[in-house]
Design a protein around this ligand. Sequence first.
Ligand code: TXA
Ligand code: MG
Length: 333
Amino acid sequence: METKIFKKDQLDEAVDLLTKGELVAFPTETVYGLGAIATKEKSVKGVYAAKGRPSDNPLIVTVSDEKTMERYAKEVPERAKKLIKHFWPGPLTLLLFVKPGTLPTAVTGGLDTVAFRCPDDQLTHDLIAKLGYPIVGPSANTSTKPSPTTAEHVYHDLKGKIAGIIDDGPTRVGLESTIIDLSVKTPIVLRPGEITPEELSKVLGEKVLINTGKVSDKEVPKAPGMKYRHYAPSEPVTVVDNPADFSKIDFNAKTGVAALKSVLDKIDLPGENKFDLGNNLVDADHNLFGGLRYFDDKDDIETIYVQGFDEGEESLAYMNRLNKAAGGHHFNK
Ligand code: TXA
Ligand code: MG
């Protein structure tokens, strides 16, 4: 299958393909998503096949507004309304009870909840409006690989497997949305993202819990995707928490380092063994997945060191993804 790249003015072609049941990747402010009409079971199953995603890992439903969401949610609690008013469109996914019979079980993984997201991307809003249906939207990467932050990343993973990619340039945030579960007594963040638990708590006016994400293979975790190996290049990754520790590492031609520019400048390695994460944590969020992919694609690299950041609210999302990529492996810990 040919995978077509669509620019802004070619949205109608993407709409046609999706209407025919094909898969088309779409831009969001976090990472690129892999779209299929959420009510078409066959297409939704195709999303799992293209990604190589385990079938017990449910999909996010991408909507363009609250009204569309109401067609598929059993109810929209007051808490959800508050968060929507404050954060949508934006990188926040809400877990609500599903209205029975409105979505194929392939979307929900057979759970009684469904995840709704309204991304901040005008092209994708226009796409959904033209389609008249919400689209499923898992990250448009091969399962286990880092999520795609450019259309080129999507093409790299899924060329020949999907009908098209809508290219809207690099994504702004670079890490996936915050997921908050509102189907339980106390709201809980299942996956950290740009919107922090503290910000959510402030808007809700109540306590918000944070899921530590430690689940064994036997349990059914609240966010099933969190149990799988993820974001991982094929070479081992080590987190370096203290930038001063970079001077203790025995670098050679087969080591790759991803760190802030100020840290990289002090490391004696050829340019191609270094990946610049930028000048601060926000830049690092934006660049992390690109850095992991850069080294994954270099055959001569055998180990990768990546700069960690103090684990506070601001770095929760970055450290969550990096820890997964590293399988929890830290330098000197
Ligand atoms: O930023 C994002 O959220 C991106 C963009 C493309 O929108 N999407 C994304 O989707 O990250 P995905 O499928 O890669 O991650 C969704 C996560 C998975 O860990 C999945 O298990 C969880 O959400 N999830 C989806 N539906 C769920 C449900 N009903 N209950 C619990 N977890 C759910
Ligand atoms: Mg994903």
